[in-house]
Write a protein that binds this ligand. Structure first.
Ligand code: ZN
Length: 96
């Protein structure tokens, strides 16, 4: 896995450019590219895994995202259905 220097997306190793913004791996975006920060999230949900497994998954993901990008991590449950949500910032290119 590598992290796109333009949009911060994590990309599988078999791709040599970012699936989201098409920036080739290892390249830095040209200066002056208009960008904006956007809040997004990923959630981990399970009816079978215990809380510690869900939190482990969320923690691993949050570590990958990086401390500067993670806004917070929230969780909630409904009977035995647990959800852990990682909120984090991404950077996207402003369309022309
Ligand atoms: Zn990208």
């Amino acid at each position: 896995m590598w992290t796109c220097k333009q949009c911060g997306e994590t990309v599988e190793d078999q791709f040599d450019s970012c699936w989201k913004c098409q920036l080739p791996q290892g390249q830095t975006p040209p200066p002056g590219t208009p960008r904006r920060r956007r809040l997004t999230y990923k959630y981990f949900r399970s009816t079978t895994a215990g809380w510690s497994e869900l939190f482990d998954e969320a923690a691993a993901f949050a570590s990958e995202v990086g401390r500067d990008q993670v806004l917070n991590i929230s969780h909630s449950c409904d009977d035995f259905d647990g959800v852990v949500t990682v909120w984090y910032w991404t950077t996207e290119i402003v369309p022309p």
